[in-house]
Design a protein around this ligand. Structure first.
Ligand SMILES: Cc1cc2nc3c(=O)[nH]c(=O)nc-3n(C[C@H](O)[C@H](O)[C@H](O)COP(=O)(O)O)c2cc1C
Length: 234
C-alpha cells in the first residue's frame, strides 16, 4: 500500500460538510478508479425489497453518479429478481465500499427505469459479446446446464448474423453487425433522497454524516430541495 493511502487512516469528512454529498461521492469514486486497487471500483451492493418485505442484495456496477441531477445509474435485466422486486417496490439502497481508502457511501431512494433512448445509447457502447449475452440470459431464471447458455449465445449470434463460432474461438473486437437491445434489458436511475458518507477513524471512532431531502413526485425524480445534513455517531 502506498504511503499516501496509509495516511488516509486519519481522514475525516470535510469541514464544513458539503452541501451536495453526491459531489463528494463522485470524487471518491473517481479516486478509487485512479487508485485501481480493485478491479471494479464502481461496484456497489444494491438492496431491493420484494412485495412480502423480504430484502435481497447483489452487486451491480454504477455507470454514473449524476451529482447535480441527483441520481445514480445502473443497468440490468428488467425481468431479473431485482427487476421484479423494483417493479413491486420501486425503492432501493446501495452501498459502495472502498476498503483501501477506508470509505463507505450509502444511498437510498426511488428507482425509475431509464428511457428507451438512454438504454439504446448505452447498449450500443457494450461489446458485441455482452450484447449477445443480454439476449441469451434470462437473468435469475433456472437453467438445466451451463452448456444450454453457450447454446443460447450461439443461437442469438445466428439470429442477428454475428459471425461467432462458439466458446473458445478467436473473436474480433468488431463484427460489423448491430445487435439490437433486448426489450427487457436496460437501466434504472436511483433518485437519491438519502446519502451517508463514512470514513474510518482510529479506534472505531469513525466519521459519519447523513444527508436527506424530501422525496419528490417530479417525473425525473430530482427533488429541487436542498440537502439537510446531520452528523451521526459511529
Ligand atoms: C463485480 C460485479 C458486477 C456486477 N455487475 C452487474 C450489473 O451491472 N448488472 C447486473 O444485472 N448484474 C451484475 N452483477 C451480477 C449480480 O450481482 C447478480 O448476480 C445478477 O444481477 C442477478 O441478480 P438478481 O437475481 O438478484 O436480479 C455483477 C456482479 C458482480 C460480482
Amino acid at each position: 500500500m502506498s504511503a499516501s493511502i496509509k495516511t488516509l487512516w486519519t481522514e475525516t469528512l470535510p469541514d464544513p460538510l458539503p452541501a451536495n454529498p453526491l459531489l463528494l461521492a463522485a470524487q471518491w469514486l473517481d479516486q478509487a478508479r485512479i487508485d485501481a486497487a480493485q478491479p471494479n471500483p464502481n461496484a456497489m451492493v444494491l438492496a431491493t425489497v420484494d412485495s412480502r418485505g423480504q430484502p435481497s442484495a447483489r452487486v451491480v456496477l454504477c455507470k454514473e453518479i449524476a451529482a447535480e441531477a441527483g441520481f445514480l445509474a445502473f443497468y440490468t435485466n428488467y425481468q431479473s429478481r431485482k427487476g421484479r422486486e423494483l417493479l413491486a417496490n420501486p425503492r432501493a439502497a446501495v452501498v459502495f465500499h472502498w476498503d483501501h481508502r477506508r470509505r463507505q457511501v450509502r444511498a437510498e431512494g426511488q428507482v425509475l427505469p431509464l428511457s428507451d433512448a438512454e438504454n439504446d445509447a448505452y447498449f450500443r457502447t457494450r461489446p458485441w459479446q455482452s450484447q449477445l449475452g443480454a439476449w441469451a440470459s434470462h437473468q435469475s431464471e433456472p437453467i438445466p446446464a451451463r452448456a444450454d447458455l453457450a447454446a443460447a449465445v450461439t443461437a442469438a449470434a445466428r439470429r442477428f448474423g454475428v459471425p461467432y463460432r462458439g466458446p473458445g474461438s478467436e473473436e474480433p473486437a468488431q463484427v460489423g453487425v448491430e445487435v439490437p437491445r433486448p426489450p427487457n434489458w436496460g437501466g434504472y436511475r436511483l433518485c437519491v433522497d438519502a446519502v451517508e458518507l463514512w470514513v474510518e477513524g482510529e479506534f472505531r471512532i469513525h466519521d459519519r454524516a447523513r444527508w436527506t431531502k424530501p422525496t419528490t413526485d417530479r417525473p425525473d425524480g430530482n427533488s429541487p430541495a436542498a440537502w439537510a445534513v446531520t452528523r451521526l455517531q459511529p
